[in-house]
Design a protein around this ligand. Structure first.
Ligand SMILES: Cc1cc2nc3c(=O)[nH]c(=O)nc-3n(C[C@H](O)[C@H](O)[C@H](O)COP(=O)(O)O)c2cc1C
Length: 389
């Protein structure tokens, strides 16, 4: 039997339940935090500076970071994936975040694990995404999710054997894909589908169904088309500061951006949480913090040495970085920079919360050392400030 899907429009109710509609889902638990805390893992060589750090792209290093974050009560761990040719990474190594975070599901018990997947590359067949996703959902007990990205660099699409798909069209194709994946996660009967994508499904069915409606869905975007997609499909949106990395620029430009995103979700009868990734650089005193920052900056690797910056990208999310009206920060690696003593860090996090940021996924210059410092010196103050319960 063939039941053809109609593309969603803004008037359609969303058929599938989100994990946040189940009060006992791991996502609902994370949403109860006034400010969600995440860790932004680097499963690839990142060299903003040659100032020594313990960081490593290896699975062993990163799984220890995730376990430590979980022990500190962090709500989520996330990692990016990039598909770059030889010489594209700061070093040569980059683990795939789908596989690495899936493996982490087996050795953790509470933290959400969000894998970045380029959902159009291949192309992925919806049955693969639905079946792999449902399997991981059961292994992780509802803690695993996808950061849906469509690929912004021409060179990545070319590696997969085609020319980059036009920016907004990528979201049209991703929407068709997720309409079918969601249908597979919820439909009690076989069904068939043919649309504009190159794949079709024929009498398809997936079991088991995910435990809490579906896995967690996230988007990293800043464009109109991406926000529209996120509003329709995602629980969380990873956002960028429209103005620049400096905290003042971020606090100035984010409120309008967040308002637009929240309104887009409201327009389709949904709610979406905003997450941003700051780098936190903190020591006990202003002097020590400044010394740490100065050391990182003094050893900074110039952009021209970092090959991947020269790849053509059509991403909208980072365009504000070219706007010289805003303070751009020190280019230390995070989307925004939170620098200061533990008290000053908490002040900046309180300010971000006040303008509508629902969570932060933290970068550190030295993950092992600085995450421990965060847990010891900053987390207790965050609790005192009412941002963590
Ligand atoms: C927090 C965050 C994480 C991201 N992670 C990835 C990633 O892992 N891989 C990738 O190709 N792009 C990643 N991106 C970039 C987005 O894919 C890129 O901005 C994309 O083009 C969508 O943006 P747009 O809709 O604003 O154009 C990330 C963006 C943000 C804000």
């Amino acid at each position: 039997m063939t039941a053809l899907l109609q593309p969603h429009d803004e008037k359609d109710p969303v058929a599938i339940k989100a994990p946040s509609e189940f009060p006992n889902s791991p996502l609902s638990q994370a949403f109860r935090q006034p400010l969600m805390l995440g860790v932004f893992l680097n499963l690839q060589d990142i060299r903003h500076s040659s100032y020594p750090t313990s960081n490593s792209w290896t699975y062993d290093y990163n799984v220890e970071i995730v376990k430590r974050a979980e022990a500190l009560g962090f709500d989520l761990a996330f990692s990016r994936t990039q598909w770059l040719p030889k010489g594209g990474y700061d070093g040569e190594a980059s683990l795939d975040s789908f596989i690495a975070l899936a493996a982490m599901a087996g050795v953790t018990s509470r933290i959400l694990l969000i894998s970045t997947i380029h959902v159009l590359y291949g192309p992925w067949h919806p049955l693969h995404l639905a079946k792999f996703g449902a399997t991981l959902d059961h292994i992780s007990k509802g803690r695993w999710g996808i950061n849906i990205v469509t690929g912004h660099r021409a060179v990545e699409h070319e590696m997969f054997g085609w020319q980059r798909i036009e920016h907004d069209q990528r979201y049209v194709l991703a929407a068709e894909l997720f309409d079918v994946v969601e249908r597979l996660w919820s439909e009690e009967e076989n069904f068939s589908f043919k649309g504009i994508s190159s794949w079709t499904v024929n009498n398809a069915f997936i079991t088991p169904k995910p435990l809490f409606g579906r896995p967690v869905l996230v988007n990293a975007t800043g464009s109109e088309a991406g926000i529209h997609f996120a509003a329709r499909y995602s629980d969380i949106i990873f956002i960028t500061s429209p103005g620049g990395a400096h905290i003042e620029s971020a606090l100035e430009t984010l409120p309008e951006h967040i308002k637009r995103i929240k309104q887009a979700a409201k327009n389709v009868g949904r709610d979406i949480r905003t997450l941003i990734n700051p780098i936190v650089i903190s020591r006990d005193t202003e002097r020590e913090t400044q010394d740490y920052v100065d050391a990182i900056v003094a050893h900074r690797v110039p952009p021209e040495v970092k090959g991947f910056h020269s790849y053509d990208s059509d991403a909208h999310a980072w365009r504000g970085r070219q706007d010289t009206n805003h303070k751009q920060g020190l280019n230390l690696g995070g989307n925004i920079e939170i620098i200061g003593t533990p008290e000053q860090v908490v002040e900046q996090l309180v300010a971000l919360k006040a303008i509508g940021i629902d969570g932060v996924q933290l970068n550190f210059y030295d993950f092992a050392k600085d995450l421990d410092y965060f847990g010891e010196k900053i987390l207790p103050l965050l609790k005192q400030a009412g941002l963590r319960v």
